[in-house]
Write a protein that binds this ligand. Sequence first.
Ligand code: SF4
Length: 707
Amino acid sequence: MSKTVTKSTCCYCGVGCGVLIESDGDRITGIQGDPSHPANFGRLCTKGMNLPATAASTTGRALYPELRLTRDAERQRVDWDAALDTVAERFADIIRRHGPDAVAFYVSGQLLTEDYYVFNKLAKGLIGTNNIDTNSRLCMSSAVTAYKQALGADGPPTCYEDLELADCVLFAGSNMAYAHPVLFRRLEAAKAARPDMKWIVVDPRRTDTAAMADLHLAIQPGTDVALFNGMLHHLIWEGLIDDDYIGAHTDGFTELKTLVRDYTPKMAAELCGILEADLITAAEWFGRSPSSLSLYCMGLNQSSHGTDKNLALINLHLATAQIGKPGAGPFSLTGQPNAMGGREVGGMATMLAAHRDIGNAEHRAEVADAWGMPVERLSAEPGLPAVAMFDAIRGGRIKAVWIACTNPAHSLPDLGNVAEALAAAEFVVVQEAFANTDTVPYADLLLPATTWGEKSGTVTNSERRISRVRAAVAAPGEAKPDWWIAAEAARRIEAELYPESSSLFPYQNPIEIFDEHAGLTTGRDLDIGGLSYARLEADGPQQWPLPVGATTGLARRYTDGVFATADGRAHFHATPYKPVAEPTSARYPFHLLTGRLRDQWHGMSRTGRVPQLFSHTPEPSLAMHPNDAERRGLKAGELVRVESKRGGLVLPLAVSDEVQSGSVFAAMHWNGQFLNSGGINTASLPKVDGKSFQPELKHAAVRVERA
Ligand code: SF4
């Protein structure tokens, strides 16, 4: 066999690096960064470089459909027809007995856009339930909500080139060196070329990103809003805001100004546990730099007031006109490879296709018309977002759940609740590429899916750029593409529920799905009517919007100061500071912080297969400040039990001054294969943001004792 090279995209983070997959027959033999891809220009991080090793073996893969007829039986191999007929019969039966909202879909920002599209149409268009949510709820929903409330539409106004053009970069709740490594390399190169570029890092921990900052604001957990309000107070006081821009392009500033009057730098700095002088320095750099860019991620989003944190940061940009120009703007970094694509197709419980709203009758009519179905079938009620969905399963309101390409038994908060929910459901379908995730044991039906290197479609990265994902090798066993499984099952459910109707799911390939999706975006803020597989083939990855007739996509949005709101003005939001949902106490005296490791990804179902990826961090641990360890007589390496009100786990202690006294830190990745329990989310809190429904995965109150 001769070596073949296939252009594709890395399947891990939202940077969306282009890759060249080398293969020999059915074996992936190597990988290179794609020098022509505008996200990475040939660079890859350790995770990307090791992708071929994750694809090297069928060990641990889900290879065949498996079904169990009773909970105490082992799953048995069945053929695809039997598996798909079973899904259709069980789902149709439950829908007939209990209504469409008795079933739910829990999908993933790892799915390709085409996969996501079919699942969303299956839930909302065929079954008539909005009970489809995704692990993107745990990732980006606070950023989405804030963009919509402040700027009028989802999606960042910025592009990757802004990293190189910024004079001041404010990292907020983002360990970018680990979570978005290739973009961080671009920033490092920019700072090396322009050492005057200022880096401010806001993070309770001294992460590797914070260690490289010109100014590290090690705030107390959850005090970001107080910090941003205090910075705005200083900017107003010093005349560093842009009154002309505020007057011409925004509303709501008077109310905000009244609120932040109380947030003197002294008061805000005390709330944040930092020096007043440092807060003022941050405000001065942000306000006086020709271009200021903020980069933010889970530290803002995974919070019971994550939307407010995002809004308070966007306030800073609007007040100083640091938006809609090169090197400036609020840039939410997408965690997952296709959280953006999922939002584009409306694959969440709170949205409709192409950034449309469930509660908007005109939007529902447009979608029903495009899908060729009666509008009455589209529910006007939002579905249940992730945490509420699993509560409803536990409580018996939802009887059947179909989980695709995600691992809620590891990644949702309060894992004890999740385990109870999955045990309580009448029927659990798990569609997965890997057979050993923490969720697979709960599957009544396991559907083997293809994964990176084996599947085709598109993804959208953090800068709104759509790239092709291409298959380099055949799938192992009987694994099938996610879109194919969803469409095949949908046709069978359709035959059960609406035998007289013509099919909503005629797709033979992902191109047909993409074209249907692109058609639905026409006239919307994310219009990709001018994009097709042929154009992506000819011109490479493209940013949206790219309507019919456009020669390129749009690098930056709102350059004319006209926003996507009804009146074209951006909205300031007066956001008072609120503390973390679960304060520390005498019984639970530590702040538990969670985050990523450099070389692992999510629940390690893929990265956990590669020995080289353990060389940076070989084992799980709980990091504690040396003073706290000494006070408790604890030594590095000994086993400690970290426990919240909900549960806990045993971890080796790491003594480190990267965490502040009073806080401990554990990585989110380690799963049931490596631990005596399902991971750190055993302890985490299911409290969600009231606007975005994103849970506070970043913080819980815990105690730590010798195990
Ligand atoms: Fe993959 Fe992200 Fe690394 Fe790029 S930065 S190679 S997309 S994990």
